[in-house]
Every structure is written in C-alpha cells, then in structure tokens.
Design a protein around this ligand. Structure first.
Ligand code: NAD
Ligand code: IPM
Ligand code: MN
Length: 359
C-alpha cells in the first residue's frame, strides 16, 4: 500500500531546505519505494492562505499521513499578529494535535566538521549526544497564561510551569530505553533546587530508574548542564529534560556539531507516527538566498525513515551520503572553513543525491 508523507515547507528557508530533503527521499521512490508526498502549509504560509497557522486542510493531511516532514515556521512579518495566529502557535498546535511528546535531538559531530565548531576540536571530537526533550507540556502549554491589565493600570505577564507525573513518566521511559540502546548513561536535567515542577520530574526519573537497572541515571541542574555542555560535552550520552530546558540546551548543543544547520530532530508519539524537522528556525536573515544548510533537514528525513518507516538501510545510506559530501569538502556558509568549497543549499542537495545514488 502506498504510504504518505505530509510535507510542510513552512516559512523563510523552510521551502529551500525541504526541497532538498524531498529530492533525497525521491531517490528511494525512484528505486521502487511506494511513497507519495502531500504538501500543506503551516505557520505563516498557512496564515497567508487560510488566516490561521494550522488550518483544517493541513490537520487532515497530517492526521492521515504516515509521517510529517517540516521545514520551519516564523518570520518578522508575523511577529505582531495576535498570539493565536502566529506561526509558532501552528507548530505548537500540530505537536499537540498529533501528541508528539517525545522530541529526539541527536547532536553528532561528523569528524570532517571538527574545525567548524567554535569549541576546540579535542573538546568535541567523537561527540555523540542524544537530547530527549519533552514536547507537549511544561510552560509552553499550561494555563494560566497571558498578559493582563491590573487594577492599578500596570500589566503583568504570566506563564505556568506544570507537569503531570504521567507526562514525566512517559518521556522518562523513552529516554531510559534510548539510553539502553546506546552507552547506558542518562542525565536528567532539572532545576529541582528552585522549581517544584522539576522536583517532581526528578522524583519520577528516580522511580522509573528501578525498571532499568542497566542504565546509570544522574541528575544535573540546568544551569550547570548548560555550562558542562560547553566545558566537557562528551561526558553526556542521553540527556532528558522538559520542554523549555530542552529547547535551550538543544540549540546550545547544536554548536558542538559545527552549526545549528546540522541538528535534526524527530518528534514522536506512542504510535510511532512522527514529525521530522531540523532543530533550527526559519532563518529570515538568509531566506530566499539559496544559502541555507539543508543537512539538518536531510538528516531529519533519515530519522523519519528509521523511526516511522523502519527503513534503517535507507536511513544509514543518507547518513553515509552526508558524510561523503562533507569528506569531499563541500560546505554551506555556516560550516565553511578555509580550503573547503563553498556551495549553495541546492548544490549541497545535488551532492547528497549524487552520493546516495552511488551507494
Ligand atoms: P533561527 O534558527 O531561524 O536562526 C538563528 C541563526 O542561525 C540565524 O543566523 C540563521 O541564519 C542561522 N541558521 C538557522 N538555520 C540555518 C541553516 N539551516 N543554515 C544556515 N544558517 C542557519 O532562529 P531565530 O533567528 O531565533 O528565529 C527565526 C524565526 O524562526 C522566528 O520566527 C522563530 O520563532 C522561528 N523558529 C522556528 C522554529 C521551528 O520552526 N521549529 C525553530 C526556531 C525558531
Ligand atoms: C523549536 C522552536 C519552537 C520551540 C518554537 C518555534 C515554537 O524553537 O522547535 O525548537 O520552542 O519548540
Ligand atoms: Mn528552539
């Protein structure tokens, strides 16, 4: 039976990077993989067409699809819209709608990029961290929230950090299971010294640990974790944390890999259905210039093949193709260094497709 990938290019560089990831997936389609692509708008593009950032048209396509591939959303032209209409709300809405509570963000340093990182090569060489970020709870979603006018004429902004133990438990199991398949070390990141929500987080992680005696669990405060990530990142194997801390730490971790343009992600629910997107945003500063690095999106497509379609062979082939273009010295601007060949977004796509065809 034909399977379907919902493709949501989004805004800014979204359409440019998505085009390259789709070309990569088409290589397998041409080799006989029975797949079809259905395009739908999300974010600002959806607001422009339908007046809302996650319209019913897109909802229907995404609910029916076997997996979703997303570029990025957002842009300065949408920043003054009412909050429910903003592109970012569309992204939060699709994550909630599809119950994509488990966000996996692997930060892997390709040896060819050791000098692209702003950290010393010896600090990052061999780096392979998996950040497991809870994605449908926390201060991102809990009520009350808003900006309100007080009786004295001043204003107050409110957001609420909240986790139910069941939400912590399910992401905890995902993280422990991921650690079991890797180096069996899990670091849970919290701010339990100040925030009760994360004190509960820590307690639940300790409870779950009993089910995984082969995994070594440690705990770290988020401020220290931010520091340790740049001081000695290789101490980490799997990190698990809540929505907001995971957002911040994964952007930080991306620089260990050379560029945020290298960090893919998978957002999964309990059925194995997933949304795959680069961890970066719509990069309005370089949008429309064919300059963006498409590799995070291409690597997200590899994660899609692995997690939603059980096609480990295809996924490995994409990762090998990416490594081979890096070996050839091809670099987009964000990972460029002297002696390499500067290429555009589409040229990088060309090279990955060519490398894939020769594997
Ligand atoms: P950003 O990630 O878009 O950009 C940060 C910096 O990284 C910029 O200098 C950008 O040029 C660079 N960059 C990002 N991706 C790149 C790539 N593939 N290749 C080369 N350089 C790249 O973050 P921002 O500037 O804080 O946000 C811009 C917009 O994106 C905002 O509207 C924000 O809300 C949105 N955003 C969306 C997502 C998402 O869709 N998942 C994620 C983060 C931010
Ligand atoms: C990300 C982004 C989103 C987030 C925004 C755009 C809603 O920063 O995917 O990391 O904060 O989750
Ligand atoms: Mn982010």
């Amino acid at each position: 039976m034909t399977q379907t990938i919902a493709v949501l290019p989004g805004d800014g560089i979204g359409p440019e990077i998505i085009a390259q990831a789709v070309r990569v997936l088409e290589v397998f389609q041409q080799k006989g993989w029975d797949i079809q692509f259905q395009y739908a708008p999300l974010g600002g593009a959806a607001y422009d067409e339908y007046g809302v950032p996650y319209p019913e048209f897109t909802q229907n396509i995404c609910r029916q699809a076997d997996a979703v591939l997303l570029g990025a959303v957002g842009g300065p032209q949408y920043d003054n819209l009412d909050r429910p209409l903003r592109p970012e709300r569309g992204l939060l809405a699709i994550r909630k709608d599809l119950n994509l509570f488990a966000n996996l963000r692997p930060a892997i340093l390709y040896p060819e990029l050791a000098n692209a990182s702003t950290l010393k090569p010896e600090v990052v060489a061999g780096l392979d961290i998996l950040i497991v970020r809870e994605l449908t709870g926390d201060i991102y979603f809990a009520e009350p929230r808003g900006i309100s006018q007080l009786a004295d004429g001043t204003r107050e902004g409110v957001n609420t950090m909240r986790y139910h133990e069941s939400e912590i438990r399910r992401i905890g199991h995902i993280a422990f299971q991921a650690a079991q398949k890797r180096n069996k070390k899990l670091c849970s990141v919290d701010k339990a010294n100040v925030l009760e929500t994360t004190e509960l987080w820590k307690q639940i992680m300790n409870e779950i640990a009993a089910d995984y005696p082969d995994v070594e669990l440690s705990h770290m405060y988020v401020d220290n974790a931010a520091m340790q990530l740049v001081k000695a990142p290789k101490q980490f194997d799997v990190m698990v944390t809540g929505n907001i801390f995971g957002d911040i730490l994964s952007d930080e971790a991306s620089m260990l890999t050379g560029s945020i343009g290298m960090l893919p992600s998978a957002s999964l629910n309990e059925t194995g259905k997933g949304l795959y997107e680069p961890s970066h945003g719509s990069a309005p500063d370089i949008a429309g210039q064919n300059k963006a690095n498409p590799l995070a999106t291409i690597l997200s497509a590899a994660m899609m093949l692995r997690y939603s379609f059980n096609q480990d062979g295809f996924a490995n082939a994409i990762e090998q193709a990416v490594q081979s273009v890096l070996k050839q010295g091809l670099r987009t601007g964000d990972i460029y260094e002297d002696g390499c060949q500067l290429v555009s977004c589409s040229e990088m796509g060309d090279a990955v497709v060519a490398a894939l065809q020769s594997i």
